[in-house]
Design a protein around this ligand. Structure first.
Ligand code: IPM
Ligand code: MN
Length: 352
């Protein structure tokens, strides 16, 4: 097949991890008789520098017309003045919203070889296989904001339709896995959470009677995620809770540098990006972990291009590189780390 992939390297380590990942996609294409074209565009801080805005219209337009979007990361100290009118993160939020990508899938599957890198005891991690489905285009991220000299506010708002569609995506995913869905909210305090809980219960009861639904409060969920991670299959939650819980969940896998994500909507085009940020502290050194971006590219092959065998091949190749302890600095004991390019090369060598 031919696919047109829009590439948004962004800021910090974004360009390094993305340019390490493109050769992996090229190798997959060569091996399976596909041709992928890559069209690079600006987003985030670099877009502010070059175009005066974090999401230029040309970038959004290209993304809308693409088969899929591969994104690195946005943000950095250069643009992080809290009083700045435009910030890199606004570009990321705007492209998610602009493409209608309401469901953000973040798989958490600790790899045996990397268990030692996790601060959690290995015996709690074996067999952990979770997908967090984070609502991505609503809630407090997108509500009205106010700021005066003496106060500030962020509105958290959800509509029934917004909750229904993301719960449906998550329940359908649970049905294809172990049939267990955990919906996370703060229904003991927040009105949006009480609506969330009601809607989740109804959608699952009416449309997914074969899926078991459990409700959890976000504070105790934060604890259970570390104390009994094996108990979870698919977790669905609102935007900000999902943001926080998935950084926490990355510690189950041993490194933030291993967690991939797919942002999906009703259409075929999705955005695929690692869940980590632009890591300005290590940017430009060529030492960032490319596996999360490579695993995001695998999700791109699966969800936007329908290439399941190719996606599985990339995932197996990353697994095999990890088995062989091809570790970047976030995973390796001091002195034993490989650089970004070498890690990506190891994946390419292991592709079948
Ligand atoms: C993420 C990031 C973003 C978010 C930031 C960079 C806006 O933390 O993708 O998890 O909060 O969604
Ligand atoms: Mn985050």
């Amino acid at each position: 097949m031919h696919a047109n992939i829009v590439v948004l390297p962004g800021d910090g380590i974004g360009p390094e991890i993305v340019s390490a990942t493109l050769p992996v996609l090229e190798a997959v294409a060569a091996r399976h008789g596909h041709s992928f074209s890559f069209q690079e565009h600006d987003i985030g801080g670099i877009a502010i520098d070059r175009h005066g805005e974090p999401l230029p219209a040309s970038t959004l337009e290209a993304a809308k017309n693409a088969d899929a979007v591969l994104l690195g990361a946005v943000g950095g100290p250069k643009w992080s003045d809290p009083n700045a009118k435009v910030r890199p993160e606004q570009g990321l939020l705007a492209i998610r919203k602009g493409l209608g990508l309401f469901a953000n899938l973040r798989p958490v599957r600790p790899h045996a070889a990397a268990l030692g890198a996790s601060p959690i005891k290995s015996e709690l991690l074996e067999g952990v296989d979770i997908v967090v489905v984070r609502e991505l285009t609503g809630g407090i991220y997108f509500g009205d904001k106010t700021r005066s000299a003496t106060d500030a506010s962020d509105l958290c708002r959800y509509t029934v339709a917004e909750i229904e569609r993301v719960v449906r995506s998550a329940a359908a995913l649970a049905r294809s896995r172990r049939g267990h869905l955990t919906s996370v909210d703060k229904a003991n305090v927040l009105e949006t959470s009480r609506l969330w809980r009601d809607v989740a219960a109804r959608v699952v009861r009416e449309e997914f009677p074969d899926v078991t639904l459990e409700h959890q409060l976000v504070d105790s969920m934060a604890m259970h995620l570390l104390s009994r991670p094996r108990a979870y299959d698919v977790i669905v939650t609102e935007n900000m809770f999902g943001d926080i819980l998935t950084d926490e969940a990355s510690m189950l896998a041993g490194s933030l540098g291993l967690l991939a994500s797919a942002s999906l909507g009703d259409g075929k085009v999705g955005i695929y990006e690692p869940i980590h940020g632009s890591a300005p502290d290590i940017a430009g050194k060529g030492i960032a972990n490319p596996y999360a971006t490579i695993l995001s590219a695998a999700m791109l092959l699966r969800h936007s291009l329908g290439l399941e065998a190719e996606a599985a091949a990339v995932e197996a190749a990353v697994s095999s590189a990890l088995d062989d302890r091809v570790f970047t600095a976030d995973l390796a004991p001091a002195g034993q780390a490989v650089d970004t390019t070498r890690a990506a090369q190891a994946v390419i060598e292991r592709l079948r």
